[in-house]
Design a protein around this ligand. Structure first.
Ligand code: ADP
Ligand code: MG
Length: 346
């Protein structure tokens, strides 16, 4: 029904390319895990290793405690939903959804009843006699999902499943996927490069870059207190301001930011400032600023600005629409994340 995933020290080489450079990841049974990262960072490679479509060069993969090395895709407790739905055009939806069950030798009547149940689960109740050509892209993706779930996998793998859909439909399907995952209880691992999609559906978010995991955890934690500069910059908007440890505090051109610091005196750090950290209120004031650009966004006004005290860093503020930015604009110093400056500028 559901299973935990344990990935340890997994690497994968393709010739000179190191697609995965030592990945450790545990996904609890029944979690909705999203692998997020830019194109080429190794997301699909990791998913294919889980699904049995690629082997790790080294490292171990366990699903439900069982070693998956050498277990072919069809014998794994996983099914995969790809972006191109790959439905059989000449078959009805019932036969498409029941295909995996037929391969497993389930009798026709039981198969059709299970397929009908799965179609209802994905919002296509009563559509079993139709064929893929009669459907919209979003509906086809629902059929592909129903087909993958019909065999009751412990783990469902989804590789950019909503990538071919337009934005509105994608948002609808995100909610649907989350609902369906809760209702079937299987572990879902979903690959995307869309950070909004990741935040909307993950209860476990994994940020990847260049074959490595940069950060992982609940999306709120990763957003509020990212573990690396890459994770900080990839998820949402962020400005980076140099800081230096003085007397146990991170001192920047805009004052002391973040909490107490245990790094040695003089350590270089980076203060990660989100748009919502700038506000009219308590905290170190920015002082004189230059407004570069403002965009009215309905509830908010997005203002790009520079503080004269830190002229090298563009800041973005998300202010109530009726607020004009001025020198009294302050930083919510306690909310700012400080990271060691390891020279990484990605
Ligand atoms: P993502 O899904 O995050 O876009 P991939 O896992 O597809 O990334 O690819 C990671 C890296 O591995 C890329 O550099 C890609 O070119 C390389 N790669 C993936 N699959 C193959 C393959 N079958 N042969 C050679 N190189 C590959
Ligand atoms: Mg991919």
């Amino acid at each position: 029904m559901t299973a935990r995933i344990d990935i340890s020290a997994v690497t994968r080489r393709y010739g000179a390319t190191l697609a995965l450079a030592g990945v450790d990841l545990t996904v609890e049974a029944g979690a909705y895990c999203v692998l997020l990262g830019p194109s080429g960072c190794g997301k699909s490679t990791l998913l294919n290793i889980l699904g049995g479509f690629a082997d790790p060069t080294s490292g171990a993969v366990r699903i439900g405690g069982r070693d998956m090395v050498g277990v072919p895709a069809a014998a794994r407790p996983t099914t995969t939903v790809f972006q191109d739905y790959a439905l059989f055009p000449h078959m009805t939806l019932l036969d498409n959804v029941g295909f995996g069950l037929r391969m497993r030798g389930m009798a026709r009547r039981a198969r059709q009843s299970r397929a009908a149940e799965m179609l209802a689960l994905v919002g296509l109740d009563g559509a079993g006699a139709r064929r893929p050509a009669d459907l919209s892209g979003g509906q086809r993706q629902r059929v592909a999902l129903a087909r993958a779930l019909a065999v009751e996998p412990d783990v469902l793998l989804l590789d950019e499943p909503l990538g071919a859909l337009d934005l509105n439909l994608r948002r609808v399907m995100q909610d649907e996927l989350k609902r369906i995952q809760r209702s079937v209880g299987a572990t879902f691992v979903h690959v995307t490069h869309d950070q909004e999609e990741a935040m909307a559906i993950a209860d476990r978010l994994v940020v990847m870059n260049a074959g490595r995991i940069e950060d992982q955890g609940p999306p709120e934690r990763v957003y509020r207190a990212p573990a690396s500069r890459f994770a900080a910059g990839f998820l949402g908007e962020m400005s980076f301001l140099p800081a230096r440890v003085q007397a146990g505090r991170a001192v920047t051109a805009l004052g002391v930011l973040g909490g107490p610091q245990t790094h040695p005196e003089g350590t270089r750090m980076i203060a990660c400032i989100r748009p919502e950290h700038l506000r009219i209120g308590p905290g170190p004031a920015l002082g004189p600023i230059d407004v570069l650009d403002t965009v009215f966004m309905g509830a908010h006004r997005k203002v790009r600005l520079r503080a004269r005290a830190a002229p090298d860093v563009d800041l973005t503020a998300l202010l109530p629409a009726d607020t004009a930015p001025g020198p009294d604009l302050a930083i919510d110093a306690g909310a700012v994340t400080l990271l060691p400056d390891n020279g990484d500028t990605t």
